[in-house]
Write a protein that binds this ligand. Structure first.
Ligand code: PDD
Length: 303
């Protein structure tokens, strides 16, 4: 939504008031340790460990028509990630779920992205674990929809080295290698970085990666090298419903280039066709039919 903000400037003739047009998501809201606040409010203390160390885990849950999609799976993954970093969230999943639903309801947003971060709390800087409660923060904002043309034409990807740590199954706040890879891909004119470790594709910087060859869908098997995507799971179910074979097996960049179709999945991208990888056209250079059918089936599930 556009609003006009009154801004004061000091000019040689005294104060000058100007009206500035600014994009403000009016209904966006945030939450920090028990308080609902504005998304721009300065609420994170300087000693908060998510900020200082990236010492925490997170999730993003999309709301469709005011309802969360696969909330249980997201919460299960959040608690699994927290356990893996020895973080005690200090709230039961039901309690957290109620807080999430309350925040989204208060925002009034029907199509929304809810981010939740759980960190090791607020304590003077020290690498050792502090004896303090975890911090919980959330934001809810209008869902970031991809453009019509990205949906229609598909997107480009760049294949880049996977420089992340060994525990990518944890949805950790430490995203530096992901960010660097995404930026590099962007500078090459691409939407996403597809990462390679030991000659095999792992996943995207913020997506899971699939190829389609001879009518079969193939994706990297679950291990500590990738995040067990919730959309990946929904796509696996969709493939079963559509009776399209679904194989979990490693593949190389060469197999990606030679695939009939390539697509990405994530909570925010849903099912997104890739039509160019490292400047090479995938298949006939158009989003593939299996990708299209999977996306349709996925969208049905969100209704
Ligand atoms: N990212 N792999 C990585 C590294 C991711 O960060 C994500 C999600 C996925 C897909 O997971 P899911 O289908 O559960 O969203 C795979 C989200 C969108 C993010 O960080 O904003």
């Amino acid at each position: 939504m556009n609003v006009l903000l009154k801004k004061a400037y000091i000019s040689v003739r005294g104060p000058l008031f100007l009206f500035v047009k600014k994009e403000v998501p009016m209904m966006a809201l945030a939450y920090f340790n028990g308080k609902i606040v504005g998304v721009d409010d300065p609420v994170i203390p300087i000693d908060e460990r998510g900020h200082q160390f990236g010492d925490g885990v997170y999730e993003v849950i999309r709301f469709y028509q005011g309802k969360p999609f696969m909330m249980k799976e997201h919460l299960d993954r959040l608690y699994m990630s927290a356990k893996a970093i020895k973080l005690e969230i200090g709230k039961e999943p039901d309690e957290l779920e109620a807080l999430i639903l309350q925040l989204v309801e208060k925002s009034g947003l029907a199509q929304a992205d809810l981010y939740i971060q759980a960190t090791r709390g607020i304590a003077p800087r020290n690498h050792l674990f502090p004896k303090c409660p975890a911090s919980i923060s959330m934001t809810v904002k209008p869902a970031r929809e991809l453009s019509e043309s990205m949906r229609r034409e598909g997107v480009k990807v760049a294949v880049l080295p996977d420089e992340r740590w060994q525990n990518c199954y944890i949805k950790s706040l430490n995203l530096l290698p992901n960010i660097l890879a995404k930026q590099e891909a962007f500078e090459q004119g691409c939407f996403e970085a597809v990462l390679v470790r030991d000659g095999r594709i792992t996943e995207g910087s913020s997506t899971n990666v699939f190829i389609v060859k001879d009518g079969k869908i193939q994706t990297t098997p679950l291990s500590n090298r990738i995040l067990a995507g919730i959309t990946r799971l929904a796509v696996k179910e969709a493939a079963e419903e559509l009776r399209v074979p679904f194989v979990e097996k490693d593949f190389t960049p060469e197999e990606l280039y030679q695939a009939d179709e390539v697509f990405l999945t994530s909570t925010t991208s849903e099912v997104l066709a890739v039509t160019v990888a490292d400047g090479r056209e995938i298949g006939n250079g158009r989003p593939g039919s299996i990708t299209g059918r999977l996306h349709e089936c996925f969208q049905q599930k969100t209704k």
